[in-house]
Each structure stands twice: as structure tokens, then as C-alpha cells.
Design a protein around this ligand. Structure first.
Ligand SMILES: [Zn+2]
Ligand SMILES: [Zn+2]
Length: 353
């Protein structure tokens, strides 16, 4: 805290113009709100999409960021589950829990929610955050876990689980994951929960693929700059192709690669956040009878993900390769985006006076 009820914050001022400024510390505005003191936050690729002006619902002037852990310091009168003193992890999505969509788990399309923090309202790349509908927007961290153990539960781990679940993986399947970024990695580790025979990671950077192998998240790594991905996947699947493909890369050509490496009647999951339209060449895939599923994460299972971490069944901790203070936030954006020093994700520690 900078004194006088002010705090430091990184703000989406305008397209390609993020600024580190002073803001008022937030207060309870709605009885369902909680105020959380941020202990660790992190930058998501989605924050870049906001900064680039590629998220139509984003409001200029908001504090960026939706992935954080911290301590609850105040709650509104209508908050039941969360109380001051609780250590909590945020949810990328704000949702009511009661509407048609929420009751079916489709919280991304909640009638009074969706992606709010760091998009439509102030987010977490700061010192204090107001979290609306806090009973749904926050998950309590079990005593045995550190903040960093669950920092991925805000967004990247739910996104990976969402992709893996859409992929309808059966024991013995072959799953291809396109993209060895944070959400590619979490897709792999969550795909593993469903018992596939092999997980094939695809990325244009050897170090990223090797990291997935080293962590045990993938069994095979293919670099499309060195090998023909379609041919290698076929050679590993009796000539068929993958049962499921999770496209998390969202880069040039990865949409096409996703449906090409899938076997006939396979499932192609498109969870990448594209900045441009993609072409669906139906004549080329006619008769392949593919199932396409698209999605922005429904982060409705964060308690389960925290439980899986506490139970030793998931470990996203290795994603956080670097720790840096909030003071350096402007530089951390580039550091993360340019993957400097092998950076996968940066855990941003509190502001240092
Ligand atoms: Zn995110
Ligand atoms: Zn709802």
C-alpha cells in the first residue's frame, strides 16, 4: 500500500498502452463483494489480448489481471462461504450460480457474469481487489498448500481442464495438444487424469516441448519446424490420427493442423483464443466426420481442481518459473511475452516500497 488509501495498479489505458499508476483501494459496493489483499498475481495471455484491443467487452481504464491469490480482508453482508482471514484463489469468471447457464455449469455465459475481473471491471495486477459474487469467485486454499501451489487455479488450470473434458478422452486414447504454453501444459496435465495411452505435445520451440516431457505432462513431443506432425501422429496411431486434439496454440496454421491430425470421427477442441477469423474448409474434411467443440473456459470446477492439487493428483506449480515484484509489472509483460530466460509464467509478488 502506498498510504492514504492508495495502491499501485497496472491499467489498460488505451490500445497498446498499459500504465502503472496509483488508484484508490477498493471498497465493498455490493453485499456479495469481498475485498482481497493480493499476495501473488500473474499475467495471462488474455491480458495481452485486452491490451491489443482484441477483446470487445474490455473497458479502457480498468486494472488488468484476473489470476491471483491473496487474503480476504472484508466481505459484504450477503457473503456466506468466504470470511475475512481466508486465503483464497480467484476465478477468472464472475458468475451468479443460479441462472439457466450456471445451473448447467456453463458459467462463462452466466446472465450476470462472465469474464469481469481485469476486463470489464478492475482486476488484480495491483494490491487490493474487489471480487463480485465472492462465494463463487473465490476458492479457499487448504492450509497444507502455499499460494503458488494454487495460483494456476484462477484460469490456466480450469482452462486446461475444460479443454481436456471437452476432448472426451477415454483410457488408452491418443491426445494431441497443440501449443506448449501455460494452457497447453495444463491441458496435458488434465488430459492425464482421464487415462490416455499417450499425450503428444506440438510446439515450434524445443525447450517448451522438452519441458512438457521432463514434467511428465507429455509422452511425445513434435516440433513442426523439424517434423511433419500429421505423419508422426499417424505413425504413432496405427495410421489413424489422434482420437482427440486440443488446440491451445491459436497461431498461424494451428487451426488447420488441429483437424488434420485428428482421426476420422475424432474430437477437435478449439480452446485457443484467436485474434483473427479462422477458415473451416468443409470440402477438404468432408467424410472425415469430425466433431468440433469451441470454448472459452467454464471455470465451474475450481474447488475440484484445488482438491486434486491438495491430493497430489495435479501439480501446476512448475509453471511459475519466475518471481518478480509488482514494481516491475511493465517489464514483466514483455519478459513473459518474449519467453525470456525460459519464462513460462511469472508469479508477481507484492509491491515493494
Ligand atoms: Zn487467464
Ligand atoms: Zn449465472
Amino acid at each position: 500500500m502506498s498510504g492514504n488509501g492508495k495502491m499501485k495498479a497496472f491499467v489498460y489505458h488505451d490500445v497498446n498502452d498499459g500504465r502503472f499508476v496509483e488508484r484508490d483501494i477498493p471498497t465493498i459496493l455490493d453485499p456479495r463483494d469481498a475485498i482481497v489483499k493480493v499476495q501473488l498475481s500473474t499475467i495471462c495471455t488474455s491480458d495481452f489480448h485486452v491490451l491489443h484491443g482484441a477483446v470487445p467487452s474490455a473497458n479502457k481504464g480498468i486494472i488488468l489481471g484476473h489470476e491471483f491469490v491473496g487474503d480476504v480482508i472484508a466481505v459484504g453482508d450477503a457473503v456466506k462461504k468466504i470470511k475475512p482471514g481466508d486465503r483464497v484463489v480467484s476465478n477468472v469468471e464472475t458468475f451468479c450460480g443460479e441462472c439457466f447457464f450456471c445451473k448447467r455449469g456453463f458459467v462463462n455465459n452466466c446472465v450476470e457474469g462472465g469474464w469481469y475481473l481485469g476486463c470489464r471491471i478492475d482486476g488484480c495486477q495491483t494490491e487490493y481487489v474487489r471480487v463480485p459474487i465472492a462465494d463463487n469467485g473465490l476458492t479457499i486454499i487448504p492450509e497444507k498448500l502455499d499460494y503458488v501451489d494454487v495460483l494456476a487455479c484462477s484460469c490456466v488450470l480450469p482452462s486446461g481442464y475444460f479443454g481436456a473434458e471437452l476432448a472426451e478422452i477415454h483410457p488408452g486414447d491418443t491426445v494431441v495438444v497443440l501449443g506448449c504454453g501455460p494452457c497447453g501444459y495444463t491441458s496435458m496435465m488434465c488430459a492425464r487424469l482421464f487415462g490416455p495411452a499417450q499425450i503428444i505435445a506440438v510446439d515450434r520451440h524445443d525447450d517448451r516441448g522438452e519441458f512438457a516431457l521432463k514434467q511428465g505432462w507429455a509422452d511425445v513431443f513434435i516440433n513442426p519446424k523439424k517434423q511433419n506432425v500429421e505423419e508422426v501422429v499417424k505413425s504413432l496411431t496405427g495410421g489413424r490420427g489422434a482420437d482427440s486434439v486440443i488446440e491451445m496454440a491459436g497461431k498461424d496454421g494451428t487451426f488447420e493442423l488441429a483437424w488434420k491430425v485428428a482421426r476420422p470421427n475424432g474430437i477437435v477442441v478449439l480452446t485457443a483464443m484467436y485474434e483473427e477469423d479462422q477458415v473451416l474448409p468443409l470440402p477438404s474434411m468432408y467424410g472425415k466426420n469430425l466433431i468440433f467443440k469451441t470454448g472459452g473456459v467454464d471455470a465451474s470446477k475450481n474447488q475440484m481442481l484445488v482438491d486434486l492439487i491438495a491430493g497430489g493428483k495435479l501439480n501446476p506449480r512448475p509453471l511459475f518459473t519466475h518471481f518478480k515484484p509488482l514494481n516491475d509489472i511493465s517489464n514483466i509483460y514483455n519478459f513473459f511475452m518474449n519467453k525470456e530466460d525460459g519464462c513460462i509464467k511469472v508469479a508477481i509478488t507484492p509491491y515493494e516500497e
